[in-house]
Design a protein around this ligand. Sequence first.
Ligand SMILES: Cc1ncc(C[n+]2csc(CCOP(=O)(O)OP(=O)(O)O)c2C)c(N)n1
Ligand code: SF4
Ligand SMILES: [Mg+2]
Length: 331
Amino acid sequence: MSSNVKLSKENTLGLLKKDYQGLASTLCKGCGHDSVTQALVSALYELSFNPKDIIKLSGIGCSSKTTNYFLNQSFGFNAVHGRMSSMATGVHLAQPQAKIIGVSGDGDTASIGLGGFLHLIRRNVPMLYIIENNGVYGLTKGQFSATSLKGDKAKSAGTQVFEELDLLDISLSAGCGFVARGFAGNSIELKNILKDALNFKGTAVVDVISPCVAYGNIDEFSKSYTNTQIKNKALNEPYKTITKSDLHFEAKSLEVKESYDNTNLHKARELLIKEKLTKTLHTGVIFESKTSVPLNEKLNLNSLDAFSNKPQKQKLSEESLKKITSEWSLF
Ligand SMILES: Cc1ncc(C[n+]2csc(CCOP(=O)(O)OP(=O)(O)O)c2C)c(N)n1
Ligand code: SF4
Ligand SMILES: [Mg+2]
């Protein structure tokens, strides 16, 4: 009996959920980013991904620390601020069979990293690209990021006077084949969105509204927990998980579901324009292309097994190492 209980907790790879976890989080208690971590751990466990086939990437920010908090057994690299996309492109070219999971922030992606982000999408680097979007620079004490809405007020930043950037609209403009929005306060829906994104063949961008409890969780700020709950409409029926606090938008989610086809690019763009005009948010998979051709297929990269380039094969001879160091030596 007890062995049955144990078995039922193992996934098809024979791994337990704890095999997908990471270090204990050092983020503020209640930070939305930690809920994203939990949803991601569940998604990877339920899909039976092999942690050893995954490479974790991030930039700089509270959000970018997330990669420490899942998949202890996977390789990872914490790039400099805004450079996760360049890093991901290089990693994919070197290890085309590895599964890349990147976690970035709205600051990391929408400002300093925006150029790289667009080219990553344009090239269709296959990866899950999560943006933990709180509308502020949490790590540097709550300045507005480019995704906070005009008129937003935050704890330490005053009032936002600039127009916001919608990273999903931008992603679609750059040709992204998978665009979704989740909310850290709706973990089951988020887990299901992440599962779809993990199975996508190409760049899958998931923008998660992930409130910053230290600087952005006040009523006058659009990305607070309360505001997101009120302004959120679930798009994809299978994801709809009604909890008590969601009940006020149940009817709307059904209405949207009947008329929404997430394989239709025009509809997706229309929806995002409508969101901007009405200041509402939709969660779910907003667009999924059925004809995505990822970079490795476009460039016909050879099908290396993940990590088959064993370190000893790449090891430099003593002689080559001496030659390189002498070329770089200043003295
Ligand atoms: C080149 C460079 N510029 C600026 C900084 C300072 N900095 C660190 S994190 C950050 C913004 C983080 O915001 P976001 O990506 O939204 O992450 P969050 O902390 O909100 O999760 C900035 C501006 C830096 N580390 N490096
Ligand atoms: S400052 Fe904000 S984003 Fe950073 S850990 Fe705290 S709640 Fe999260
Ligand atoms: Mg942020």
